[in-house]
Design a protein around this ligand. Sequence first.
Ligand SMILES: [Ca+2]
Ligand SMILES: [Ca+2]
Length: 534
Amino acid sequence: MGVRSHILYPVFFLITLFAAANCSQYRVIDKELECEAVIDNYRTYYEIFVGGFSDTNKDGSGDLQGVIKRLDYLNDGKPNSGKSLGIEGIWLMPVMPSPSYHKYDITDYYGIDPKYGTMTDFEDLIAECNKRGIALIIDLVLNHTSVQHPWFINAKQAIKEGNTDDRYAKYYAKETMKITGKTWHKFETTPDGTQYYYEGNFSSVMPELDMDNPDVRREIAGIVKFWLDKGISGFRLDAVKYYYYGEDYRNIQFLKWLNDECKKNKSDAYVVAENWSGITSIQNYYEVVNCFDFGMSGTAGDIYYTVSGIESVTEYAGRLASYQKRVLGKNHQAILNPFVSNHDMDRAAGFLDVGEYRMHTAANLYMLSSGCPFIYYGEEIGMKGSRGTEPTDANRRLAMLWGDNDTIKDPKGSAYDRAKQTNGTVKSQLPKKTSLVNHYKKLIRLRKANPEIARGVIEALDFSEYTAFGGFISDYNGSKAAVFHNTGEKEITVNLQNYTDMNFSVVRGYAGKGRAVLKGPLLAVSGYTSVILK
Ligand SMILES: [Ca+2]
Ligand SMILES: [Ca+2]
């Protein structure tokens, strides 16, 4: 379902917006907001590395029961309690059996890694998510298997015996010579001395499947059906530009087939693809599948550039509007998927200081924008973790900082100095109104209370005489809301009549260091604060 088609079930609840405690001279605003609980695919997602999240059997590794145990923190199923973060979707990084800590090399596409628990645990998790209205999507790693997958072991044996036409030997992309532009590894030698190589662009332990093989396609269709039948809501597709490495057109054709397979089993399945590429490539993939908006993320992304003042908020809003326009031009039902960092990137709190409200401001930018924002676990408490001089992504996937008696440990291979974790834990932040976690909580509530933000068509406004101030109008089937960001330190007052014909009558809420006040057409917004007007 897309931008223009979904069902709304109106409910009403009270949302209480507090002025930041360090701005106690501002009055506290209590405002009743009509909130719509929405049954569609526009959700706030939370990405979980299960192995680093929460440990219930005290072996130091996170597990599925740990995710279940922590659901009350994520979404307690009571929208009025104000006690949980309020996320509406979970992306689980791979849960299938795998020899690695990160599990991006699968040995069984129909199972659960024993470190994480059992299939019964997974079914329990689905049931708990359903109770709370959380959509559960799982990582689907199809480009390559593990070298320990029985398919690969059988393939090796078959080639060794000279059976190069064996079913499993044909599962893998193999050649008798190393073709330029791709990475090849020694597969096996036939009895007549022919050396075969397999494609492994990521790693020698990640052999790539031959996506043209009808048996592989049937296998993939079976895997998709198996998990959707379990009751999950969809998939995050890993490394989609590697299906046919360097061939966007063939990847897009394959993704159309794969997305159709998902929709065949579940018509409203949510499928989001990792095409870690430039915007031009990403927008072309949007024609057939939703993608992550990599242009926003990381230390070269729009969010970092805007929060750091390298680019103006007007440039940011303009880019957001033009990106959305290009994507919707490819597919009018497409949904954007903004984020600031994920498991493959240095954690955002390392490059955006929490004390200086840069993380709060970054959260304002991507949480108050179109589509499904994705929060990487721990981001909401300003957890740090970066590669630094260590050549390992384990530093980016450290144990969640609960601050309670969780026995979760950092993954094997990580070497991040714990003394650098200066932003506190879930336990230390929850009682503090101005903490990052409570800021995220507020942003999620604002998103829910203002469906225009996620679902509307964006029109950027021109505030180009400011660097740190700007905004846009989001038009959802004629219902309009506007978002204004102040990414700088100083309060800014603008006369909105000079920038738009839209008349605003109500502050729907604000989030950040300070407050926002609307008097007639005059809008005053404190530093590091964003506001929603209608
Ligand atoms: Ca465990
Ligand atoms: Ca491939």
